[in-house]
Design a protein around this ligand. Structure first.
Ligand SMILES: C[S@@+](CC[C@H](N)C(=O)[O-])C[C@H]1O[C@@H](n2cnc3c(N)ncnc32)[C@H](O)[C@@H]1O
Length: 476
């Protein structure tokens, strides 16, 4: 379906009609970033926040959040039917359905009769058609991510998006207008759904009062870790953009906000389609899976509840630290004192419960590291964790080293640059982490409790500490 037209020159009139105020700033094209906000005069805020000029005000009625979607469903029968058939799963999904309707209502191919338009009908046409998030990369561009932490993430996301779109098509077969668009004419395809998802991911934010939301015009502000402005909801629930404390902006300079200083480079690339080269955040996350031969694998995953991950992060001095709460669950077994029991309630429902040394820790599985600290063998548990972690990191480094550049087609220069930056940054973090993990393992192997335990476990007469240092896998 063709997109409607709404250009930057139409924005001032739209703002007047919808009570949006840009104050001493304007929207302009910013090289390499799409649209952005630029100061129309020199702007200053003191270190004591004395001036605190507001650069943008967006009324509450324009904020696209769960409540706004519900309000629109009251006004539009067509949208109500779509929402009831395919929505009510998450705010994200409902907002995507709302945006889908706006794309239809604003299209020159739309013949009318499907409910009222909204300020978002026009505004949605200003949003980019091409977003640099990897879910919109070509196959050749995706091959650039081989070996990085995003390699498995992007195909998994694309599978989820395709499934969501197939489900949507299946759920609207009874709604003739939508069935025709999605299944008979195929005027809307999975590509549109992928675009809507990318728009939502790169432009939504969590407002304290309205929750997960998209805010028109605020979503035209680009990111910088040297941000000069920030957003907030004021007491009238308007969304405003004040200048940061102590900020000075010269006329013509871009106004920026911080999209999240603790987001890893991979998260930035995945959510927004670029990596901030000036950011100091050096971290990466890898998925974890239980050990292949673990009979408790399924129970452990169920009890943990979240997708297990290993997070590696360098601190300000460049020293890597790791967090992987699932690793402790992964490395403990029944003989250590870990137990799973199925509890039957009086109403017949059944729950999986987890016990450590006889105590119920069902709600504390993510803090099991702390719970095992007092155990006489906690250094042995720690050694198992370090050994497995070290293997995971080493395997990831080998995968990175094995990557060969056999490009399947043309790639855009900025995407190649972003992927190559991600790869070298993640390689650096993995190498440093591997070294630190090995040092921590060596230290543990010199611990008296560990040596005593290993000797007790060893076949008669073997020098177990030397063997242990040679063959760390034995402890896992
Ligand atoms: C919330 S929108 C900002 C407005 C956007 N530039 C536009 O044209 O509509 C976020 C998107 O802007 C771009 N962007 C924001 N900050 C950027 C930066 N520092 N470098 C490169 N692109 C940036 C990315 O494409 C990102 O997905």
């Amino acid at each position: 379906m063709r997109r409607g037209l709404f250009s930057l020159s139409d924005l001032p009139a739209w703002c007047v009609l919808n009570d949006v105020s840009f104050i001493d700033v304007k929207v302009a094209n910013i090289s390499g970033k799409g649209y952005g906000l630029v100061a129309e005069k020199d702007l200053v805020n003191g270190d004591d926040n004395s001036e605190s000029p507001i650069l943008l005000t967006v009324p509450k009625e324009l904020v696209l959040c769960a409540e706004a979607v519900e309000e629109y469903a009251k006004e539009s029968k067509n949208f109500r039917q779509l929402l009831d058939a395919a929505g009510h799963q998450s705010t994200r999904c409902d907002v995507l359905l709302f945006l889908l309707v706006q794309l239809v209502l604003s299209s020159p191919d739309y013949e009318g009769g499907q409910g009222p338009s909204t300020p978002w009908t026009q505004y949605s046409c200003l949003l980019p058609e091409e977003i640099p998030t990897p879910t919109m990369w070509s196959d050749a561009e995706l091959s650039l991510l081989r070996g990085t932490s995003l390699e498995p993430v992007v195909p998994a996301k694309l599978i989820t998006l395709t499934k969501e779109f197939d489900d949507l098509r299946a759920k609207v077969t009874e709604l003739p207008f939508w069935n025709e668009l999605l299944s008979i004419d195929e005027a809307i395809t999975v590509k549109d759904w992928i675009l809507l998802d990318a728009l939502y991911r790169s432009r939504s934010l969590g407002l304290p009062k309205s929750g997960e939301s998209m805010v028109p015009c605020l979503d035209l502000v680009n990111h910088s870790s040297q941000d000069t402005a920030y957003w907030e909801e004021n007491d009238k629930s308007e969304v405003v953009l004040p200048l940061c404390k102590g900020s000075k902006v010269i006329r013509g300079d871009e106004i920026t906000i911080d999209y999240g200083h603790d987001k890893s480079p991979a998260e930035m690339l995945f959510n927004y389609g670029f990596i901030d080269l000036e950011s100091n955040t050096r971290s990466l996350a890898l998925p974890l899976a239980p050990l292949d031969d673990d009979p408790l694998a399924a129970a452990k995953l169920h009890a943990f509840g979240l997708p297990p991950r290993l997070r590696l992060e360098e601190d300000e001095s460049g020293v890597p630290h790791w967090t992987a709460p699932f690793m402790y669950l992964m490395c403990l077994n029944e003989e250590d004192g870990l137990e799973f029991r199925v509890l039957q309630e009086t109403d017949g429902s059944r729950h999986l419960t987890v016990f450590w040394q006889g105590a119920d820790i069902t709600d504390k599985t993510s803090t099991i590291k702390d719970l095992i600290q007092d155990h006489e063998l906690h250094q042995i548990f720690e050694l198992r964790v370090l050994t497995i972690l070290s293997n995971i990191v080493q395997q990831k480094l080998e995968e990175l080293a094995d990557v060969k550049e056999d490009l399947l087609g043309p790639v855009r220069a900025e995407r190649r640059q972003a992927a190559s930056y991600l790869r070298s940054l993640e390689k650096g973090i993995l190498e440093k982490s591997h070294q630190v993990l090995n040092e921590q393992t060596s230290q543990l192997l010199q611990d008296e409790t560990v040596i005593g335990y290993l000797q007790a476990m060893a076949p008669d007469g073997n020098d177990i500490s030397a063997e242990a240092a040679d063959d760390e896998d034995d402890f896992s």
